[in-house]
Design a protein around this ligand. Sequence first.
Ligand code: FE2
Length: 374
Amino acid sequence: MSDDDLKTFERAKEMARKDDFPIKGFSHLEWWVGNAYQTAHFLRSALGFSVVGYRGPETGTRETASYLLQQEKIRFIVTGAMTPDHPVSAHVLEHGPGVHDVALQVPDAEAAFELAVERGADPAAKPYVLETDRGRTVTAAIQAYGDTIHSFVQSDGEFPDFEPMEDPIAQPIGLQFIDHVVANVELGKMNHWVEFYERVFGFTMLRHFDDDAISTKYTALMSKVMWDGTGIIKLPINEPAKGLKRSQIDEYLQFYRSAGVQHIAMHTADLVSTVTQASSRGLKTLTVPGTYYEDVWQRMPDLEIDRDRVEALQILLDQDEGGYLLQIFTRMLQDRPTVFFEFIERRGATGFGKGNFKALFEAIEREQELRGNL
Ligand code: FE2
């Protein structure tokens, strides 16, 4: 760790100690989509999420249909609308399917909302108490980048307005928890959002990558990772940088038509097993050139791993001062080149795969070129 990184790390730990904006973790991510039934089916069949709840016309919600999906600690809600004039329909028309809400679990939703607004956040939904015989929650929300919001959810994991469902079909692939959620923001806006997370949540910057670190022959981007000081919440923020050609962030912004969530990284204890299962169910992941592994095995001679399987599955590897990490990125999850998943296995490493940025971005550029968007 460099002196600068060490200072940042120590400052972040200090901030975390006097945290006046407590966050217990990610509550859930809510996707707004054109067809919640089919999105739920994809998340179940390809990624092994269980459908554990439903809310829709049959349960008294007239305008939308939502499915609650879960795998270990990861929860997604997918929501579709019944009519063209509903906000979900407008969101889908503008952005395509995407993540509308990065919801955070807090001990006191009303206090969190009031403090956030006092610190300059724009309100999106006032505190609301929901109570049924299945439990009680308090929720509120503030605006984040683009049309994205952060809900504050005060609950112990229950969703009282969802009717519980059994899901005997889902076969989990070992995904355990959300490691990080990445935002793409417009050119020149990265520091605005860095400052937003510092001011509103008391987050600090864990790492930053300038356009020298993240560039290929053609494209470049800059990234800063905001975190809560404990590692429970990590939110990298990307902005495009000037390159010879259009960067993947530019492509995202063009097709999502605003800032928004770019990828969701989910942790697994065994990436080889997770990718083997996901691939056998048809989930497509990005590939790297053969020369990538020549370099990797030279850099990481001591890593205990089945090299043949890693190469066959096209898993990416990196190391930092803490240890190793294994990661892989899915192809786009929808027709527009916007949102995708990352699966990550940390073996001590706390970074984000800096050593893979170049290979990864070249892989993305090859796909961009096929789409005619480079
Ligand atoms: Fe990532």
